[in-house]
Design a protein around this ligand. Structure first.
Ligand SMILES: NC(=O)c1ccc[n+]([C@@H]2O[C@H](COP(=O)([O-])OP(=O)(O)OC[C@H]3O[C@@H](n4cnc5c(N)ncnc54)[C@H](OP(=O)(O)O)[C@@H]3O)[C@@H](O)[C@H]2O)c1
Length: 165
């Protein structure tokens, strides 16, 4: 069954992001300068059961940003997508995560918001196309890219289920 929060989340992560990029992107294009930073997630690289819509919305953020980058770069407008892993914010509570085991895991393995913000600023200044925040997330994203998708979906469903039980 669809949770009440799913459609607003898709609206925020996909529709609002697209509208904002169109609005500010066209102004930047006109003045021939600007940078856009879109916040994705490493979840956007993989089919993540129990966060299925969220992860899929972040796949949109990555692919949309990569494509838009090529549309705007001839006008000196640079688009970057940052893909954080866990960050120590109120995210889990705002997502209605109830499992204390999961919350402890994400907190223990999370980066601080400041570290992610520094990564964001640096990636924009270096005009990167996309950046995975943090070494562990870089390695995890690299490894998950080597695993066949069906198998990866299965592994993730088991690991998330075991953490949220
Ligand atoms: N935390 C993580 O582990 C993690 C991992 C990967 C990616 N991310 C991404 O990082 C970004 C920031 O997340 P966070 O960790 O800072 O989460 P958070 O602590 O839950 O904060 C969410 C932020 O989004 C705003 N927001 C929520 N609904 C909104 C709406 N309908 N319109 C406008 N603003 C809205 C909230 O504003 P109010 O405070 O005014 O409610 C709040 O500032 C998100 O894009 C998230 O997907 C987070």
């Amino acid at each position: 069954m669809l949770q009440d929060s799913v459609i607003p989340m898709i609206h925020l992560n996909i529709i609002s992001l697209t509208q904002l990029c169109a609005l500010f992107g066209s102004q930047m294009k006109e003045r021939r300068s600007g940078s856009i930073l879109n916040v994705g997630s490493i979840a956007g690289n993989q089919p993540t059961s129990y966060f299925a819509s969220y992860a899929a919305s972040k796949s949109y953020v990555l692919n949309y940003s990569l494509a838009l980058r090529h549309e705007l770069s001839p006008y000196n407008v640079h688009v970057t997508c940052v893909q954080p892993g866990y960050i120590r914010t109120a995210f889990d509570d705002n997502c209605n995560v109830v499992s204390e085991k999961y919350k402890k895991f994400s907190h223990k393995n999370g980066m601080t918001a400041l570290a992610v913000a520094k990564c964001c600023v640096s990636s924009v200044l270096h005009k990167r196309s996309y950046v995975r925040a943090g070494l562990t997330n870089k390695i995890a994203a690299f490894v998950s890219g080597l695993i066949p998708r069906n198998f990866l979906a299965w592994i993730l469903s088991i690991s998330v289920r075991s953490m949220t039980k």
